[in-house]
Design a protein around this ligand. Structure first.
Ligand SMILES: [Mn+2]
Length: 327
């Protein structure tokens, strides 16, 4: 039952790995830059460079007694999502990364298919427990101060066509490489019939959407990143049923284990222990469908020092649930 947290390949990589290992984190998801990174140098420009980097990165994580299990292709790649010039180069790059992940023994690539970073699709934070504030969404408040709309706008049909083009190119390579893709839901998930929040249609917002996407390229490598926060925010979805359903059809590749209060059109991202989700019941549902992890940390409330405090708090909370449930 693996607990996973995110790592950026930057000057603090060794220090952060040592802290993660100390907290009892089992495995690491590594952020994949969409472009060169200078500090420290990160060269992924050729298949050989990709192979060398992911082998080196996995060995470094292993030296800290953890496993590099996931690559996060979750920011950037706008050419692919918009279907514009440059997408074939970006897809070829991701194909190289997938092959290198296979060669290094890294089994998961997480991604999303949204064009606006979720922090821009929010209303003002709301007061939380103690000193904290909660990242929040209130649709009516959002409409008073929305994110600038993308130009040109992207229809549902265009977004779906762009996703199909991407999946047809990368899923066969993922299969050959022994890698599963994990698609994160739209954040927030926007119900059918609601206009796009910022010009681009939302095509990963419901379970019908997920089934349509799985049908585009049927494969075990075409999977879901089960963000428990975003799933709970889907209107009318029972999160425990959702875990059972997606688990029974073997589509949960990885989980974002977090809690929220409310659902679209109004929700807050709470601490793990004080949202609407009964986290023990959720953990039991993952166990019942045979899910073994990784359970990843995700968004947390904001307060001074929150980064490390939340990391320790959530890891301890998850470890206790895992020890109670997976016996
Ligand atoms: Mn998430």
């Amino acid at each position: 039952m693996l607990i996973q947290d995110k790592l950026t390949w930057d000057a603090n990589v060794e220090k952060n790995l040592a802290l993660m290992s100390t907290l009892g984190i089992d495995c690491v998801s590594l952020e994949l830059p969409d472009g060169p990174r200078a500090n420290p140098a990160l060269d992924l420009s050729t298949p050989e460079a990709c192979n060398a980097f992911f082998k080196k990165a996995r060995a470094l994580v292993a030296a800290h007694h953890m496993d590099l299990r996931t690559v996060l292709a979750t920011s950037g790649f706008a050419e692919v999502k918009r279907g514009i010039t440059g997408r074939d180069e970006k897809i070829a790059f991701l194909q190289n990364v997938l092959r290198a992940m296979g060669a290094a023994g890294i089994p998961i690539m997480a991604y999303n298919f949204k064009l606006i970073v979720s922090k821009y699709l929010r209303s003002a934070p709301t007061p939380g427990r103690g000193l904290s504030t909660y990242i929040s969404f209130d649709y009516q408040d959002y409409l008073k101060n929305p994110a600038p709309a993308l130009e040109p706008p992207l229809s549902e049909a265009q977004m779906l066509e762009n996703l199909a083009y991407f999946l047809k190119a990368v899923i066969p390579v993922a299969e050959q490489s022994g890698v599963r893709l994990a698609l994160h839901p739209d954040d927030p998930p926007v119900p059918r019939g609601t206009p796009p929040l910022a010009g681009a249609a939302h095509i990963v917002s419901t379970f019908d959407d997920y089934h349509r996407i799985f049908d585009l390229v049927p494969s075990r490598s075409n999977g879901m990143l089960f963000c428990q926060g975003c799933v709970t925010e889907m209107q009318g979805v029972d999160v425990y049923d959702a875990i059972r359903h997606m688990g029974e059809i073997d589509k949960i590749v990885m989980v974002h284990f977090r809690n929220v209060r409310g659902e679209f059109p109004r929700f807050q991202e709470t601490f793990v222990d004080n949202g609407d989700v009964d986290m023990l019941r959720a953990m039991e549902a993952y166990r019942d469908v045979g899910f073994k992890g990784p359970f990843s940390l995700d968004h947390s409330p904001l307060f001074a020092g929150s980064e490390v405090a939340n990391q320790a708090f959530v890891v301890g909370y998850m470890r206790a649930l895992i020890q109670a449930v997976y016996r």
